[in-house]
Design a binder for this molecule. Structure first.
Ligand SMILES: [Cu+2]
Length: 202
């Protein structure tokens, strides 16, 4: 008679199942019991934050708000109207300053459609294909094509030389590299090896 055919063994298995079921039930009960309190501390924090925001909005003048007047919690300067003034009080409006993106580099464009050969005939796979910059200049490759391209230092014949490697520049993406050393740096697109360019740093 094998082990599995022994009825006493079945009984043992049966008791184990009961034990597992009981444990699961116990976990369930504990969960239901503590459930609503799990978020208790979180709610308290939320209330406190809401109260602080209310005080801040009221310049910390509200009841109980003086507890927040301490270094680091800046008091707002609220412009006040003067009652005897006949002029309409004007709020000091700050001119909305639109921060123009600071272009601190030279841009090399990767034009549309250079993923198929042809651009090499006019040397326009990168524009400009032969860029001359001064040392310390950041060159920004801007891929305006929909296909992904690379700017990898080296040549198609010898492969990457390890100086810089954009990796895949997705359509609409950019890659930046700051040229600190002088020299002539050829680069190419690993997936479209007819795409070549150079950066000359003077
Ligand atoms: Cu490419």
């Amino acid at each position: 008679m094998s082990e599995m055919q022994n009825p006493h063994h079945y009984r043992k298995v049966g008791w184990s199942m009961v034990l597992v079921a009981a444990s699961l039930a116990a976990i369930g009960i504990v969960q239901v019991w503590i459930g609503p309190d799990v978020l208790y501390a979180d709610d308290m924090q939320r209330d406190k934050t809401a109260f602080f925001e209310m005080c801040k909005a009221g310049n910390y003048l509200g009841e109980g708000c003086d507890m927040f007047i301490k270094p680091g919690n800046t008091l707002y300067e609220i412009p006040r109207m003067t009652l005897d003034s006949t002029e309409e009080a004007t709020m000091p409006m700050e001119e909305p300053t639109v921060e123009a993106p600071v272009v601190t580099g030279e841009i090399v464009s990767i034009p549309d459609g250079v993923g198929v050969p042809g651009c090499e005939e006019t040397n326009e796979c990168y524009v400009p294909a032969d860029l001359i910059v001064s040392a310390g200049t950041t060159v920004i490759w801007e891929n305006v094509d929909t296909a992904a391209h690379l700017a990898t230092s080296g040549t198609p014949a010898d492969g990457p030389d390890g100086i810089f490697d954009s990796g895949m520049i997705m359509g609409g993406g950019t890659f930046e590299y700051e040229f600190s050393d002088k020299g002539v740096f050829p680069y190419y697109c690993v997936v479209h090896p007819w795409m070549v360019g150079t950066v000359t740093v003077e």
